[in-house]
Design a protein around this ligand. Structure first.
Ligand code: SAM
Length: 276
């Protein structure tokens, strides 16, 4: 009989958020697979536990994943955790869960801290329907393509971002969705300097051009207004492009901005504007 893989969330800042069940699971399993064994060792010391630790992180998932799977198939149980939050959410773990699923190794997820759900709940934006985008691609072309796909997205969108990339990412979001789109920046959640900044993309860009971003951020961006696709026409888009060109925008930038604001396809709008 195979053992069980437990997915154990750990605090995203506040140790008090570690659940009793998480602590009990660490105590009960045969070994722990951790993103950074040094970080997890500190947590185990805090809990007064000693457990064999193996490393499972982004660059060794193939080799370490197979070794963990073999041990599970031999009947051992394993707790998977990362440095902070829920394993497999923009974290190593997804591949290991897939391996276990393919081999019918039981996987038991524990609910617990997760930056995206914590941010969404306090965002003040729509929570009924949302889409988690994780980190935007770093490559410029792929990033633009991704934002283009999201231009007409009506659900609330969530992004993770590192502080040193925040300013550039906010500028890209502004170009894609327009200056008036609402955004909630959730910074240092559950920590001493926690901040929930509800604003617009224009104001967020302005603030972080003047001030270096510090700490960890989840960005929660309002979706495009519903039924825009039906009521907004290409003609409306062309009007807006004309407007922006008159204000000094290049045609390309005007199209990108108008498409983002109105939830239209950038390619279609560009083609139409060139044909005019
Ligand atoms: N698995 C984690 C989870 O469940 O949220 C996410 C890990 S991902 C590698 C790290 C990103 O999560 C950070 O870059 C940041 O965007 C977000 N994050 C993690 N902790 C946070 C916190 N305390 N406040 C705000 N964002 C946080």
């Amino acid at each position: 009989m195979p053992g069980t893989l437990y997915l154990v969330p750990t605090p995203i800042g506040n140790l008090g958020d570690l659940s009793r069940r998480a602590a009990e699971t660490f105590a009960q399993v045969d070994f722990i697979a951790a993103e950074d064994t040094r970080v997890t060792l500190k947590l185990l010391n805090y809990l007064g536990l000693k457990k064999p630790l193996v490393s499972y992180y982004r660059h060794n998932t193939d080799q370490a994943g197979q070794q963990i799977l073999d041990r599970l198939l031999n009947g051992e149980s394993c707790a998977l955790c990362t440095d902070a939050g829920t394993p497999a959410i923009s974290d190593p773990g997804e591949d290991l869960v897939a391996l276990c699923a393919a081999q019918e190794v039981p996987v038991i997820p524990l609910p617990g801290p997760c930056a995206l759900v914590t941010a969404l709940s306090a965002s003040g934006l729509g929570t009924a329907r949302f889409v988690f985008e994780g980190f935007l691609p770093m490559n410029k072309k792929n990033r633009r393509a991704r934002l283009e796909v999201l231009a007409g997205e009506e659900r609330t969108m969530l992004f993770y971002e590192a502080p040193h990339k925040l300013t550039a990412t906010l500028a890209d979001l502004l170009a894609a969705f327009g200056p008036e789109r609402r955004i909630t920046l959730c910074r240092e959640l559950t920590k001493l300097h926690e901040e929930i900044f509800r604003t617009t993309l224009a104001q967020a860009v302005e603030r972080y051009q003047a001030e270096a971003p510090r700490g960890e951020f989840v960005l929660v961006v309002e979706g495009a207004p519903e039924d825009r696709g039906e009521s907004v026409t290409l003609e409306d888009g062309l009007e807006r492009v004309k407007d922006l060109v008159e204000k000094g925008f290049s045609r390309k930038d005007a199209v990108r901005q108008a498409a983002g604001e109105l939830g239209l396809s950038r390619n279609e709008l560009y083609a139409a504007s060139v044909g005019k």
